[in-house]
Ligand binder design. Structure first.
Ligand SMILES: NC(=O)c1ccc[n+]([C@@H]2O[C@H](COP(=O)([O-])OP(=O)(O)OC[C@H]3O[C@@H](n4cnc5c(N)ncnc54)[C@H](O)[C@@H]3O)[C@@H](O)[C@H]2O)c1
Ligand SMILES: O=c1ccn([C@@H]2O[C@H](COP(=O)(O)OP(=O)(O)O[C@H]3O[C@H](CO)[C@@H](O)[C@H](O)[C@H]3O)[C@@H](O)[C@H]2O)c(=O)[nH]1
Length: 438
């Protein structure tokens, strides 16, 4: 089939590449000329494991092409995916200007039947809006379908190729049949393609993300309470998670959820509720608790250093909002960096993939190290913000020799308390009675 993808970010590029992998002819359109030039030169503009192999293979096979021209994309594809940004508009609502702006253009350009598929995360009722905006100018038939994306960064290729489910919101039989045909190769294991109306599909995405964000937030509150009463959240987590009704996943406490999705999506659903005169009281609490959780390590750091961080230097391991990505959108590390800088501290940071993005934001306000061990030379203490695998079994002797104060502040609970006692390091993490004083 001939497919076009408008917007070639984390979702658009993975969608385009994976659809080319199953034999479709794909044109990816992006407004960013630099990015398109890079991709034409064979360069993947983001870090996403396993994407490079598929990307290269499908470009070579001539099935994956890139363009800056929306007209070219619209002429090529029978199915047109919109994978455009829907960021926070500043007041917590989803900014639909990218989606509706491109839809307006689509109405003016298309000359024959197209299925316009909204893959961006959008509030209930957006498909109707897209339909109306295109219809204002369209001279041909078209259908609008809602097809929310559930991939996770870091696992995006795998999630796209082997989805647990595909949700399609459509009231057109013709469009539904085309979508089912397109996705058939991805559900051979028997996972379902779930067909529903557009509004329910749009809400499914927000409901799933908000539920997961709430699950994490609940555990963060349990962790904070554990610290008050001397319980160990990791033991509580395992005790709870073995109940199959609760499940083991997404129960890891830490310094809050970040990324390009949960923070903005929970806010957008809360905001949509308000517009319909519904108060999502629970989501309001999730947003507030998470905001505070991002800097949960700061009071612990201040307490350890008797409230004086002036001219102290901290190593930070991990900057990305989670491992296996270079994405720093709403990363807890950024909130911690801001707090440390505001308190007069200095920072030496290391991340396997996200240093360039952080450097673009902070310039020379913080320094970056080539390796995790370079980052700990001549610093007062170590802070861990992201659970990259390479941080899981470090050389503790090196850490002990380098840190001026023998302390690790761990926002991701990577190490066992007893091991840290053996290593004679003070270890301050989340939700564990752990302030072992060496
Ligand atoms: N990142 C994820 O893991 C993820 C997962 C599921 C759903 N989503 C949703 O998918 C949507 C896209 O997210 P993303 O993370 O891929 O965004 P992104 O910011 O990585 O990419 C968006 C791309 O769209 C391009 N763009 C902007 N305006 C354009 C225009 N007028 N024409 C063509 N291209 C244009 C940008 O240059 C950018 O390359 C959002 O609604 C997001 O909530 C994201
Ligand atoms: O037990 C956990 C699990 C996750 N997190 C944090 O939660 C955030 C989000 O993690 P994750 O869901 O793995 O990453 P995303 O790539 O943001 O994926 C989410 O957001 C996407 C965009 O909407 C959806 O498509 C995915 O299904 C959804 O998992 C990160 O900051 C994690 O550190 C925790 O703190 N504890």
């Amino acid at each position: 089939m001939k497919i076009s993808v408008i917007g070639t970010g984390y979702v658009g590029l993975v969608t385009g590449t994976c659809l080319a992998e199953t034999g479709n002819e794909v044109v990816c359109v992006d407004i960013d000329e630099n990015k398109v030039q890079k991709m034409r030169n064979g360069e993947v503009p983001i870090y996403e494991p396993h994407l490079d192999v598929l990307f290269e293979r499908n470009i070579k096979a001539g099935r994956l092409k890139f363009s800056t021209s929306l007209s070219e994309g619209l002429e090529h594809g029978e199915i047109i995916f919109l994978a455009l940004p829907t960021p926070d508009d500043g007041d917590g609502a989803a900014d639909l200007s990218f989606v509706l702006g491109v839809s307006e253009q689509i109405g003016k350009i298309i000359k024959d039947y197209k299925v316009i598929v909204d893959k961006s995360t959008v509030p209930v009722g957006t498909a109707e809006k897209v339909q109306a905006v295109i219809a204002k100018n369209a001279i041909c038939d078209f259908d609008v379908v809602s097809n929310p994306e559930f991939l996770r960064e870091g696992f995006a290729v795998d999630d796209f190729l082997k989805p647990e489910r595909i949700v399609i919101g459509s009231s057109s039989e013709k469009a539904t049949e085309l979508m089912k045909k397109l996705y058939k190769p991805f559900v051979r294991s028997g996972n379902p393609i779930i067909i529903m109306d557009e509004k329910s599909a749009e809400l499914t995405k927000y409901a799933a993300n908000s539920f997961l964000a709430a699950k994490i937030t609940f555990m963060n509150e349990i962790a904070n309470y554990c610290e008050k009463v001397g319980a160990d959240v990791d033991k509580v987590r395992i005790g709870m998670g073995t109940d199959s009704r609760i499940g083991k996943r997404f129960l890891f406490p830490g310094i809050g959820y970040g990324g390009s999705c949960f923070p903005k999506d929970v806010k957008a659903l809360y905001n949509s509720g308000k517009e319909s005169d519904y108060n999502f009281a629970m989501l309001d609490a999730v947003i507030k608790v998470n905001q505070k959780q991002k800097t949960a390590l700061i009071p612990k750091i201040k307490a350890y250093f008797d409230n004086d961080l002036q001219n102290k230097t901290f190593a930070i391991w991990g900057l990305a909002f989670k491992p296996e990505t270079d994405d720093i959108r709403e990363a807890p590390s950024l909130y911690i960096i801001d707090e440390l800088l505001n308190n007069g501290a200095k920072i030496k940071a290391f991340d396997p993939e996200a240093m360039e993005n952080v450097s673009n934001k902070y310039g020379d306000k913080i320094s970056f190290s080539k390796t995790m061990y370079d980052a700990i030379t001549n610093v007062d203490a170590l802070i861990i913000c992201t659970e990259w695998s390479i941080f899981r079994t470090p050389d503790f002797e090196k850490i002990r020799k380098n840190l001026k104060s023998q302390v690790i502040f761990d926002g991701r609970n990577l190490y066992d308390i007893q091991d840290m006692e053996k290593e004679q390091l003070d270890y301050i993490s989340i939700g564990r009675s752990n302030a072992f004083k060496s």
